[in-house]
Design a protein around this ligand. Structure first.
Ligand code: GLP
Length: 238
C-alpha cells in the first residue's frame, strides 16, 4: 500500500460510501469545535455535499472558504464555482460566513483580498479533490509549494477534463484564482477525496512518488494530518 505514517488511506466501495465517510469526519470535527472549513468543487465532492445537505448538522457558527474560481465567469454563471456551491450546499445550509474568489475582480485586488481572508481565518479542515494531473485547487504541475492565492493558468489536461461541463472546449475558462499550495497545506487537517481509475496515477504519485512541484499533491506527504478517501479504482495503483 503506502509507507507514509502521516497519511491515512480509507478505501470505500463507491462515491456514495465515500461521501458518507467524509460526512462522518466533518461531523466529528464539528463536534470537536471546527470553526473554519475549506471546501472544494468538482464532481467528486457531490456525494459528500448531498450527505451534508440531508443532515441535521449545524454550520451556523462555521466559516466556509472555497479553494478556487474560474476567471471571467459571473457568479450566476451555471459553471461558476459560486453557483456550484450555492446549489450543492449553501442555499440549503447556512454558514456563519462564506468566501469564494470573485472571478470578475481584478487580479491584484482579488488575490490580496483572499489572502487576507485566509490569514484572518486559519483553516481547521481542508477538503480536497484532485486533478488527473495531481493538481490541487487549480495549482497545476510546476506550481510553487510556497504559493498563496494567485491567478493561475489551467493546463491543457485540466481544460480537457473540465470541458464536460461546458458547451465546447472553447468555452472553458483558461485562468482561475486559486488558493496556493502553501495556503492549502496550512490547514490543520486535510481530507482528499478521489474516485475512479482515471485518478489512480495521480493518487499513486501523490502518496508514493517523490515530493516534487511537478506533482502538486505530493506536497501532502509533508503534512502531518492527511486522510485520503478513495474508491477501489482510485486506489488501484497504490
Ligand atoms: C477541478 C477543480 C479541483 C478538483 C478537480 C477534480 O478543476 N479545480 O478543485 O478537485 O478539478 O475535479 P473532479 O472532482 O470533477 O474530478
Amino acid at each position: 500500500m503506502h509507507s507514509n505514517e502521516n497519511i491515512e488511506v480509507i478505501v470505500v466501495k463507491n462515491p456514495e460510501e465515500g461521501g458518507q465517510r467524509a460526512f462522518e469526519i466533518i461531523k466529528e470535527e464539528l463536534e470537536n469545535g471546527l470553526k473554519v472549513i475549506g471546501l472544494p468543487t468538482g464532481g467528486t465532492p457531490e456525494t459528500m455535499y448531498t450527505a451534508l445537505r440531508n443532515s441535521a448538522l449545524d454550520f451556523s457558527e462555521v466559516v466556509a472558504i472555497n479553494l478556487d474560481e474560474y476567471i471571467g465567469l459571473e457568479a450566476d454563471h451555471p459553471q461558476s464555482y459560486k453557483y456550484f456551491m450555492d446549489e450543492h450546499l449553501l442555499n440549503t445550509k447556512p454558514f456563519k460566513e462564506t468566501y469564494i474568489p470573485n472571478g470578475m475582480a481584478p487580479e491584484a485586488e482579488e488575490t490580496a483580498r483572499y489572502n487576507q481572508i485566509l490569514q484572518e481565518h486559519p483553516i481547521d479542515l481542508q477538503i480536497l479533490g484532485i486533478g488527473t494531473n495531481a493538481h490541487l485547487g487549480f495549482n497545476e504541475p510546476g506550481s510553487s509549494f510556497d504559493s498563496l492565492t494567485e491567478k493561475v493558468e489551467l493546463s491543457e489536461e485540466t481544460v480537457e477534463a473540465n470541458k464536460r461541463y461546458f458547451e465546447s472546449v472553447a468555452d472553458v475558462p483558461k485562468y482561475a484564482y486559486s488558493m496556493g499550495l502553501a495556503s492549502i497545506t496550512s490547514a490543520d487537517k486535510i481530507l482528499l477525496l478521489a474516485y475512479g481509475e482515471n485518478k489512480a496515477d495521480a493518487i499513486a504519485e501523490a502518496i508514493n512518488g517523490p515530493v516534487t512541484e511537478e506533482v502538486p499533491a505530493s506536497i501532502l506527504q509533508n503534512h502531518e494530518n492527511v486522510t485520503f478517501i478513495l474508491d477501489e479504482g482510485a486506489a488501484s495503483k497504490l
